[in-house]
Design a protein around this ligand. Structure first.
Ligand code: NAD
Ligand code: WQD
Length: 333
């Protein structure tokens, strides 16, 4: 069984390639390296001791994709490729709509031409906007607050329309909560350039001394300690969820949407405290203003994925904090 992984050199894509290879799938990666490095391919090979085919191409490019689908007998696609920074999407909306929508439309057209109609798509909990209650189930109303989130919601709509027009498709839409952590080997993980937008990469850079202190965005939310609460999920658990989703789209036609989270909410201060404890390192922080657009709390109902995909996250917060730090300490310049 051969799986095309778009964005397979990225953070979640690389971990998913490892799980696919370890589950016996053949893997073909297409990535334009706009937010990743080519050496990730060798690291995936080192971890798994298996071969991977890599095409450095843009998924928006019809000719390049056509070439891949003609060369390879692709059975199904996992579509990670996309731009993902919320703040940047606000300042560069056209770039986000162009890249995220164009790549998806191009991919779906070429898949259709080659009669490859099985796809797993990376959506995001951001499509729930500010939830009216918790935990969040998949049938909650959807609303977005930034162009990045809108691209995810639009793609979900495109996939639903596509299935309505042709019931031969098998489509799994996965809404990720907050992925953190890294592979145990320390070879692959997340280490964004510059000042990180997200909490865990920021904490890690404070721990390594690259940044002075963490700014905690608000302590007056209606949560256990006043700081924001999120559903953090270990990236390896998340990657394993994709194997279950691939099995599902291989088995049956249809379209369905699943939350991938742990179902547990942790506050910013709980994350900082756990990180300090398990890594035995100090993370100085100060409380600052709320970040515009942030919600107070967000965590998943995980029942649908448990029932229909037979998948649950297993790794605890201790592991997430240890593995995130292990990756960055091992890969410090
Ligand atoms: P990432 O940036 O690490 O990986 C995305 C990969 O896609 C990168 O390697 C990038 O080079 C590639 N890419 C982007 N546009 C491309 C194009 N046009 N052609 C070919 N390659 C292209 O991001 P990630 O954290 O691994 O996220 C993967 C997917 O999951 C994204 O679609 C993202 O929106 C979604 N997601 C991520 C999170 C998160 O917090 N990380 C949460 C929810 C959803
Ligand atoms: C988590 C908590 C912050 C940084 C984002 C995207 C979402 C999804 C996942 C892609 C919040 C607080 C953060 C910092 C802080 N990505 N925080 N200081 O905002 O839940 O979700 O990533 O789909 O779309 O919006 O994640 O890691 O940015 O923030 O206090 O320097 O940490 O206020 O409570 P978020 P995050």
């Amino acid at each position: 069984m051969k799986i095309l992984v778009t964005g397979g050199c990225g953070y979640i894509g690389s971990h998913t390639c490892v799980e696919l290879l370890e589950s016996g799938y053949e893997v073909v990666i297409v990535d334009n390296l706009s937010n990743s490095q080519a050496d990730v391919v060798d690291k995936i090979k080192t971890i798994t001791n298996k071969d991977v085919k890599f095409y450095q191409e843009d998924v928006c490019d019809k000719k390049d994709l056509e070439h891949i689908f003609t060369n390879e007998q692709i059975d199904a696609v996992i579509h990670f490729a996309g731009l993902k920074a919320v703040g940047e999407s606000v300042s560069k909306p056209l770039m986000y709509y162009r890249n995220n929508l164009d790549s998806t439309l191009t991919l779906l057209e070429i898949m259709n031409n080659h009669n490859c109609k099985k796809i797993v798509f990376s959506s995001s909990a951001t499509v729930y906007g500010k939830p009216h209650k918790l935990p969040i189930t998949e049938d909650f109303p959807l609303q977005t607050t930034n162009p990045y989130g809108s691209t995810k919601l639009m793609i979900e709509m495109i996939l639903n329309d596509l299935y309505a027009s042709d019931n031969e498709w098998s489509i799994a839409i996965l809404r990720y909560f907050n992925p953190i952590g890294a592979h145990k080997s320390g070879l692959i993980g997340e280490n964004p350039n510059g000042i990180p937008n997200n909490l865990m990469p920021y904490i890690v850079k404070v721990a390594t001394g690259e940044l002075k202190e963490l700014n905690v965005f608000g302590n007056d939310y209606d949560t256990k300690d006043g700081t924001g609460v999120r559903d953090y999920i270990h990236v390896v658990d998340l990657a394993k969820g994709h194997i279950k989703a691939i099995e599902k789209v291989m088995q049956e036609k249809g379209i369905d949407t699943y939350n991938l989270g742990t179902g547990k909410g942790y506050s910013v201060l709980e994350i900082v405290n756990t990180f300090q404890k398990v890594n035995n390192i100090n993370v100085p922080y100060k409380i600052v203003e709320r970040r515009p657009g942030d919600i107070d709390a967000c965590y998943a109902s995980t029942e649908k994925a448990a029932k229909l995909l037979n998948w649950r996250a297993e790794l605890e917060l201790d592991e997430m904090c240890k593995d995130a730090y292990n990756f960055v300490s091992k890969n410090k310049e």
